[in-house]
Design a protein around this ligand. Structure first.
Ligand code: HEM
Length: 236
């Protein structure tokens, strides 16, 4: 069968749409029906694979945002933050789909996973590596403006871009925190807490990660601002 002049790209697939997006390869990357231990392997795989893709995208955007900041281009970096935040939000929301699996059905899926563990998630590990350099650049830019965090919050209209960067960083921290807490609940709902994961890690250990923050100083600044306001009020 020949296809008309509509196809101009090389590659596998009937259309340029399939060829450019490499859909023939992509759609073969899920376990086939014949090998399923349970049909929910498809649901499980799609959620994990799409999460890995969104996290790959988020990490690339975070890397570019850090490069812009290094070059003092705060606005160019700010334009990328919504992309990073949306990608993490999509990962968060797709956890809903995993709760469509019954705990018993998940036990059948689990048999197919070997020692596969989220600790080895390339996407989550790369976004976690990509976030701290954003904070390093933010602190450097505070130094360039010779201003501390509290003054930045109080005089935010004078330093609008830097202030928006501070808010973008705390939002990123919050979104990561929300994903972690949501994931923790999904794990509890799927397999319970007083058990071990596929690599033998007790699930309860995950709760210790729940309090982690990337930018504690941005959270502490809120307390400092409240105390500053109270002290100022006391003076009047
Ligand atoms: C039914 C759904 C899920 C279950 C039951 C589950 C279960 C677990 C368990 C038991 C752990 C502890 C480590 C281990 O022994 O494996 C873990 C860690 C982890 N999982 Fe999941 N998981 C699920 C979905 C996901 C999804 C969709 C992602 C997205 C990438 C993910 C990413 C991670 C990460 C990054 C960790 C390391 C700990 C952390 O960063 O909080 N998991 N998961």
């Amino acid at each position: 069968m020949s296809y008309g002049p509509d196809q101009i790209l090389d590659g596998v697939g009937k259309s340029d749409y399939e060829r450019y997006l490499k859909l023939s390869e992509l759609l073969q990357l899920q376990p086939v029906k014949e090998s399923w231990k349970h049909r929910d392997e498809l649901l499980f795989t799609v959620v994990h694979q799409t999460s890995e893709l969104w996290l790959k995208h988020a990490s690339a955007e975070a890397g570019q945002a850090a490069a812009y900041l290094k070059d003092n281009q705060i606005r160019s970096a700010l334009r990328l933050f919504p992309r990073i935040l949306l990608a993490i939000k999509y990962c968060h929301e797709s956890l809903d789909m995993l709760e469509q699996m019954s705990p018993w059905d998940y036990q059948q899926v689990r048999r197919a996973l070997g020692h596969g563990s989220g600790f080895d998630s390339p996407g989550m590990n790369s976004i976690r590596k990509a976030i701290p350099p954003l904070g390093v650049e933010f602190n450097r830019l505070l130094g360039v403006e010779k201003i501390d965090l509290i003054q930045l919050f109080i005089r935010h209209t004078e330093f609008e871009d830097l202030y928006l960067l501070a808010e973008s960083l705390i939002e990123l921290d919050e979104r990561m925190y929300l994903w972690r807490h949501r994931h923790f609940k999904v794990v509890e709902r799927s397999i319970g807490l007083k058990v071990s994961g596929t690599q033998g890690t007790p699930v309860e250990i995950l709760s210790r990660l729940n309090n982690f923050t990337f930018f504690p100083e941005l959270w502490d600044a809120r307390t400092a601002i409240t105390n500053y306001a109270i002290a100022e009020e006391g003076e009047n």
